[in-house]
Design a protein around this ligand. Structure first.
Ligand SMILES: N[C@@H](CCC(=O)N[C@@H](CS)C(=O)NCC(=O)O)C(=O)O
Length: 293
């Protein structure tokens, strides 16, 4: 650990103890649900609908990646991709129910079950779901070794990078109980570095891997779309208007019906769907509404 004067620490005088212990009431926005242990906290069976694919999720960027993928597959005519999307209220701790934990021991949305397999196949981690669905239906993951590898490169980049944006920048800028300049500076810089990387890449690529729309686009769109459009009320703070190529690509993807429908699932926003059980659920919905943050 770097030498420093505890008087400069935040809070002033704080010195990490020899052994960390859990302070349940740390005041952060997630204090009520965070704990240093894993596993189910209560018994709760999950509902099961009529479709092969059962999704247990919430319309956050990680959840939306999967609903966009499913809607894109349906758009291509893959009836086997029809799905029930059930709402998991993470702020109420529903990810710790026994039924959810049985699918995802990591207790984070999204979780998914493909019941067309016997026994049903359980999936967790949004990236794993995108690869699984792409391979199962033969869409959005090129078979050419170079294109496939490029797609996987960017997909893995997204899975590894977004926690710095959400768990780092978003947490310290918007959710922490007080503002810590060091933490905000560190993660704002990293978030802008990622946006700059995407912007330079998209200056010479129509989609993430060139001329083909892939699961790399599907994974990256919800996170960086949200940031550019003002997630954490930080668009001005991060000067997201500067990333012109990212904006061009966001507009391109935002015109796709699958993207429009996918980002309206499992959200309590007015005019969106808390749950999705049938294609006709979208009939009453304006798909061209302003993209969500
Ligand atoms: N790497 C995981 C991240 C999933 C994740 O962080 N989900 C958040 C919502 S976006 C969650 O369920 N949080 C609840 C919690 O931390 O208890 C994925 O991509 O599926």
């Amino acid at each position: 650990m770097a030498d420093n004067d505890p008087a400069n620490n935040q809070p002033s005088g704080y010195v990490p103890p020899k052994v960390w212990t859990w302070d349940k009431e740390n005041g952060g926005q997630f204090a009520g649900i965070n704990a240093p242990t894993s596993g189910a906290r209560f018994e709760q069976e999950l509902p099961v609908g009529k479709h092969p694919i059962q999704l247990y999720s919430l319309g956050t960027p990680n959840g939306v990646k999967v609903t966009i993928m499913l809607e894109e597959l349906l758009e291509k005519g893959h009836k086997g991709a029809d799905y029930d999307a059930w709402l998991i209220k993470i702020f109420a701790g529903e990810q710790f129910g026994s039924g959810f934990v049985d699918i995802n021991p990591n207790s984070k949305i999204p979780a998914m079950v493909d019941r067309s397999l016997d026994p049903p196949l359980k999936l967790f981690e949004s990236g794993s779901m995108l690869v699984y669905l792409a391979e199962r239906f033969g869409e959005f993951l090129p078979t050419d070794i170079r294109k496939r590898t490029e797609t996987m490169n960017w997909l893995m980049w997204q899975m590894g990078s977004a926690p710095f944006v959400g768990g780092g920048f978003g947490h310290f800028y918007a959710y922490a109980p007080f503002k810590i300049q060091y933490a905000i500076d560190r993660y704002a810089m990293e978030t802008k570095r990622q946006l700059d990387l995407l912007d330079k890449h998209l200056a010479t690529h129509e989609y993430m891997i060139g001329d083909a729309y892939t699961i790399a686009d599907i994974a990256i769109y919800p996170w960086y779309g949200n940031i550019v459009r003002g997630a954490y009320s930080a668009a001005e703070f991060l000067s997201t208007h500067e990333y012109k190529n990212v904006r061009r690509w966001l507009d391109l993807l935002g015109k796709r019906p699958g993207v429009q429908r996918g980002q309206l699932v499992n959200t309590s926003r007015e005019g969106a769907l808390l749950e999705r059980h049938d294609a006709s659920d979208f009939d009453k919905i304006d798909l061209n509404q302003t993209a969500p943050v």
